[in-house]
Write a protein that binds this ligand. Structure first.
Ligand code: SF4
Length: 396
């Protein structure tokens, strides 16, 4: 079974007001030390896995640099990261190698170094093609810069490009959302991700919305019903334009689905390095798995060398199989889950019946899928599949 590798690069030029990731505007002088620490972890990770009775399989068929803004790393640091991976792992010849980039950061030397490092897929955090909307959440790019970046990538041979859009940004209207969508479709990129603005205490905009205030243009955020309509429009238009929805937030032309993200949704093994990165590996025996995690604090990352481990029981793995697998339009196969987890599956029959009765799930033979309404209310569906936590902490 092949392996995926994720590297978190938490450096950003500005902190977007909606962002709830472990990222920030940290001095560039930290970049070298940050890459040092990741290279050290890459060298020791197999031993850490073995110590926790887990296996890191071979070869690596997906690498993903996310963040943060990995395209802010200078070319020599990017090269060091990829060289460290290549020294420790066998990379499959057809491996999907993705780097997340902020539009406006793709200078010619950066694009050339991406190509030299073997990067064959780029994900651009566009969020909106309407400059006023992008600026209102502290994005630093314009539509013009984004379109120029797409052309620069294509000229360099990178045609597998994803664009991220967010429905529910301040100032977004039906007309402006349609314009962003039309522009995204017109670029002809083979993959699009459409997220609904998350409102939680972990972002400045989220906190302001919860408080009912007006900072960060919070009072210009569209109503939930309108944002839901934006999402539904995106589903209709993207499907009609050849980018088929294959996951709640993801749309792709055939053959361009994100191989790396599919690993998360299908519980395939992956290793994560950097601030707030997680790994999921099969245990050496049984249906259990092991999760590894690093600190989510940038400051602690440099002094806290330990990688923590948590053993995931078979019951929790089944839970995860439901709420991750149901994200995919193809759904989950109940017969396969039964083969893997046995009668434990029966515990979920009443929940499935209840959610199907509410029109949120659809069962066709052995296949269980979210309905379109279930995709809109997916968090409510997933909550039903989550039981009391029972993980055994292996180390702290
Ligand atoms: S660029 Fe991405 S990671 Fe950085 S602040 Fe903005 S949303 Fe967050």
């Amino acid at each position: 079974m092949p392996l995926g590798i994720y590297i978190s690069v938490p450096f950003c030029r500005s902190k977007c007001t909606y962002c709830n990731f472990a990222s920030g505007v940290f001095s560039n002088t930290h970049m070298g030390h940050y890459v040092d620490r990741i290279c050290t972890d890459i060298v020791k990770i197999r031993k850490v896995a073995t110590d926790h009775r887990a296996v890191a399989p071979d070869p690596v068929d997906s690498i993903y640099l996310g963040g943060g803004t990995p395209s802010l790393l200078p070319p020599d640091q990017l090269t060091r990261l990829f060289a460290a991976i290549a020294q420790q792992f066998n990379i499959a010849p057809q491996a999907e190698i993705t780097v997340e980039c902020a539009p406006g950061t793709l200078t010619e030397p950066i694009v050339q170094s991406l190509v030299a490092c073997g990067v064959n897929r780029v994900s651009l955090g566009v969020q909106s093609f309407i400059d006023k909307e992008a600026a209102s959440v502290a994005r630093l790019h314009t539509r013009e810069k984004t379109l120029a970046d797409i052309e620069r990538l294509r000229s360099a041979g990178i045609r597998n490009i994803n664009l991220d859009l967010i429905a529910g940004l301040p100032h977004q209207t039906r007309a402006s959302w349609n314009e962003s969508l039309q522009q995204a479709i017109a670029t002809g990129v083979p993959h699009l991700s459409v997220y609904i603005l998350e409102v939680d205490e972990d972002s400045r905009l989220g906190r302001e919305l919860i408080a009912g205030g007006t900072k960060y243009h919070a009072h210009f955020v569209p109503e939930d019903d309108l944002t839901a309509e934006f999402y539904e429009t995106a589903c209709t238009w993207l499907n009609a334009n050849g980018a088929q929805q294959y996951e709640i937030s993801n749309f792709a032309r055939r053959g361009f689905e994100s191989q790396h993200n599919l690993k998360y949704w299908t519980r395939q093994p992956y290793l994560g390095f950097g601030v707030d990165a997680h790994s999921m590996l099969p245990a050496t025996e049984g249906a259990e798995s092991v999760r590894l995690a690093t600190t989510d604090s940038f400051e602690h990352f440099f002094v806290e060398a330990e990688i923590k481990a948590v053993r995931v029981s078979a019951a929790e793995a089944l839970e995860e199989s439901f709420f991750l697998g149901l994200r995919l339009n193809r759904g989950v196969h109940l017969d396969q889950l039964h083969e893997q987890f046995g009668p434990e599956l029966n515990r979920y029959k009443p929940i499935i019946t209840e959610l199907a009765g509410e029109g949120l799930l659809l069962q066709t033979g052995n296949v269980l899928q979210l309905t379109p309404r279930g995709r809109l209310l997916s968090n409510e569906v997933f909550e039903k599949f989550i039981q009391e936590p029972a993980s055994t902490v292996l180390s702290r």
